[in-house]
Design a protein around this ligand. Structure first.
Ligand code: SF4
Length: 183
């Protein structure tokens, strides 16, 4: 899997980035909540066992929201997950039912307020039991204008001076760490 390379000339302004990324993603959540009823509930987290791809802006936003002691505790796991993501197809990774590196032991996201676009767009109005990758049927997850939201996120990435491609969440978190360290 190819890493996303930020342009060498970009400038990272912490607050601006976080506001931009979060505002962009929050509008997705609000927009969807206005139009849909969900059967998702806290602590389910089947969808947090599918591989997630994120843009660099999302990675930086996520990374900055993680307290340093928690990052220190999960960093080795993130490195291993990044390596596995490089070597594993999406299908195999999904069937392995491996939890996202940001999923807590209580089955909640440790960066929930800053969760990526893919996480915000993955939801169901059907039985959450069937969200498990071994039980998933076609059309189980709602697909609500993903292209519209992706283009909004791409715009936010461009405004931040970042590329618009995405890569596995663990790899992008490590990239975000390196980027934030250099600022
Ligand atoms: S980032 Fe959070 S919401 Fe998204 S898959 Fe990981 S734990 Fe779940």
């Amino acid at each position: 899997m190819q890493a996303i390379s930020p342009p060498p000339t970009h400038q990272t302004h912490d607050l601006c980035l976080m506001t931009l990324g979060t505002a962009s993603l929050e509008s997705v959540t609000k927009g969807i909540a206005l139009t849909q009823r969900f059967s998702c509930f806290k602590g389910c987290a089947h969808c947090c066992h599918y591989p997630v791809s994120v843009t660099l802006l999302e990675g930086v936003t996520l990374f900055k929201s993680i307290p340093s002691n928690i990052w220190a505790a999960i960093r080795d796991k993130v490195k291993v997950a990044a390596k596995v993501a490089e070597e594993t197809s999406w299908e195999v990774a999904a069937l392995a039912y491996t939890p996202c590196v940001l999923l807590s032991p209580e089955n909640t996201c440790i960066a929930y307020a800053h969760r990526p676009l893919q996480c915000r767009l993955t939801m169901t109005a059907k039985d959450p039991w069937s969200c498990h990758p071994h039980r998933l049927t076609e059309d189980h997850f709602l697909q609500i204008a993903p292209d519209v939201y992706a283009s909004q996120l791409n715009r936010a990435n461009r405004l931040a001076g970042f590329p618009t491609g995405s890569a596995p969440l663990p790899s992008v978190l490590l990239q975000a760490e390196a980027l934030c360290r250099d600022v």
